[in-house]
Design a protein around this ligand. Sequence first.
Ligand code: GNR
Ligand code: NI
Length: 169
Amino acid sequence: MAKKLKILIFPDPRLRKVAKKVIKFDKSLEILANDMLKTMYEANGIGLAATQVDFHVRLVVMDISEDRNDPKIFVNPMYQVLDNYKLYEFEEGCLSIPGFNEIISRPDKIELTWQDLTGKEHKDYPEGLLTVCIQHEIDHLDGKLMVDYVSALKRDRVRKRLLKELNRK
Ligand code: GNR
Ligand code: NI
């Protein structure tokens, strides 16, 4: 059975590690992906990067469907911004930064490539929420967080609040 994993909370320094490319498409990768899906569903998230559960490999899971029954797995996801992109503003949240929601601008047109659990390559041109979410998740794999896009004042405020909450537990 799939296991629920612990989600790292900002400002945990492990969220800053850069994830390594997946080169072995074995059973342990499939187990991690399934544990991450369970963790994401139980936390009511729409996406989760392996970095957030302290596995520093380039693996992302996602489900942006209304009825939460369309699990997607992206191994080694990469994107290129297309020439005709515009900046798209969207209010984002992050399971690693509870209680923090901010409008973030990201390119709205990308070419996305990834592999599946067997190593097979895929390419797509996503739209809307998927475009936003995959950029958010790939940021995690590179040690980057939503708070890096806001002012130092806001970042400091949320850091202090979450450290205080951590010390109360
Ligand atoms: O659950 C999540 N919701 C969300 C909303 C807008 C933009 C991105 C996201 S991803 C987030 C889960 C998470 O923290 N993934 O890393
Ligand atoms: Ni996140």
